[in-house]
Design a binder for this molecule. Structure first.
Ligand code: ZN
Length: 446
């Protein structure tokens, strides 16, 4: 028994002596085949061949010999030790150091175990076996310098003090463009190849392959289009599409009596968040004091309608006064927004033949009255909409109550979840193919 042990020791000593310490035997049990990455790697701006392993950039340990490192392989213990050789102040000429290749966008390699233990500066680091060569992550070299990711050029760079820096005037390759796939993959392609890649489903802008999803509690997330169904399955919502589908249900939410309060801001925030549109029948004297609200409504694609200058009951005043109330308000709205209102909501829904004859625009009433002014209760307002709403409805609310703003935060996501498109009054008429006549009253548009 003792003899065998002695023999074995002798053999391993021999093996150690016979094998030069810098010989790199094939390492590891699992062999990965080299797959280049679209990420470039540099040491002091000298390029080094790199691979993408599990989304991280790795380099061949052996190659570090050329960059002022001492890389020592011990075949008996199957250990690779990487240290910085401080005696070295040279980096091998570029033509010697690498067989630099960059093939864009290949899939990354999976995790490849190796039985080789790799130490960097005495610390065990993760290592991988690619084509029989041991690779380590660029990040593992952090003890020797600064590892920097430069997203603009998709490069990872290690800067080592005391070693020469490559002149920055590295010959540039052909111009490249970063492209995106709907499943989140990225690809750097030569710019003159962009069209070819577009034809097979790649996009130039990340925004083309992502979509913003929202939640009922006003959280927001940007996901790749390929992930949308999975997110929706757990309750996330698409915001309203900017393209209205006339074959799908739609409703017009309307808000009267503003703008002048924080509640109008909250309602506009909610509309903006869900990319939904509504119609605001503003009161002229409040509009002229709060022009910014009208500009924001316009920016959000909302419609601004006329709700008279100071909210009289139009059936109780003269034709001349009706005309004054409506004209003055339309002038104010047009002066602020550049758009003359195309819809009137008579206060209290009150109109007669005199009002109709001088109105000059359709009178927009409602088919769902939330009675928000009376209840001042968000739950009640929400229920009055959600338990009654149907395609073509015009919903009456008032943007001057915080309870209405709170109700809006529930109503809008729920209507979107149910497949309703939230449109302005004019859009509702347009998509329902209805021409609204001046002076005529409409309570719904189907
Ligand atoms: Zn009113």
């Amino acid at each position: 028994m003792k003899k065998i042990v002695t023999l074995f020791l002798l053999f391993s000593m021999l093996a150690t002596m016979l094998l030069p310490s810098t010989a790199f035997a094939e390492s590891g049990d699992v062999l990965g085949h080299a797959t280049y990455t679209d990420i470039s790697a540099y040491i002091n701006h000298y390029p080094i061949t790199s691979y993408n392993i599990n989304g991280y950039t790795a380099v061949v340990a052996e190659d570090l010999n050329y960059y002022g490192f001492e890389v020592v392989w011990d075949d008996v213990t199957r250990t690779l030790c990487i240290t910085r050789n401080y005696a070295t102040t040279e980096i091998s000429p570029a033509e010697q150091v690498y067989n630099y290749s960059s093939v864009a966008g290949r899939d990354s390699l999976p995790y490849l175990e190796t039985d080789v233990k790799t130490y960097v500066s005495g610390n065990l680091v993760e290592s991988f076996n690619i084509n029989g060569k041991t690779c380590i992550f660029m990040d593992s070299l952090a003890p020797y310098g600064e590892v920097v990711w430069v997203p603009e050029i998709r490069a990872i760079k290690l800067w080592i003090e005391g070693l020469p820096m490559q002149d920055y005037a590295v010959p540039e390759e052909a111009p490249v463009t970063l492209m995106y796939a709907p499943d989140g993959r990225t690809l750097v392609v030569e710019t003159d190849q962009v069209e070819a890649y577009k034809n097979v489903g790649w996009y130039e802008n990340e925004s083309d392959v992502t979509v913003r999803l929202v939640s009922r509690d006003k959280r927001s997330v940007v996901v790749y289009k390929a992930e949308v169904d999975a997110y929706k399955a757990v309750g996330w919502l698409s915001t309203q599409d900017t393209v209205i589908d006339p074959t799908k249900p739609m409703v017009a939410i309307t808000y009267d009596d503003g703008p002048n309060t924080t509640s109008t801001s909250r309602i506009l925030d909610t509309l903006e968040f869900y990319n939904a549109q509504a119609t605001f029948f503003v009161v002229g004297n409040l509009a002229e004091r709060n022009p910014d609200f009208l500009l924001r409504m316009k920016d959000l694609g909302c419609q601004i309608g006329n709700h008279t200058y100071n909210h009289p009951q139009l059936t109780a005043i003269s034709a001349q006064n009706v005309s004054y109330q409506l004209t003055k308000t339309s002038d104010i709205i047009a002066n602020i927004t550049g758009v003359r209102p195309t819809a009137i909501r008579p206060p209290y829904g009150s109109y007669n033949s005199t009002v109709s004859s001088v109105a000059g625009a359709p009178l927009i009433l409602w088919s769902i009255d939330t009675l928000d002014w009376k209840s001042r209760n968000a739950t009640s307002v929400t229920n009055s909409v959600l338990s009654n709403v149907r395609d073509g409805d015009i919903i009456l609310m008032h943007d001057i109550y915080n309870s209405t703003a709170t109700a809006t935060e529930s109503i809008i996501p729920e209507l979107i979840a149910r497949g309703f498109q939230l449109v302005t009054v004019d859009e509702l008429a347009y998509y329902k193919n209805k021409t609204l006549s001046p002076g005529s009253a409409y309570s719904k548009i189907k």
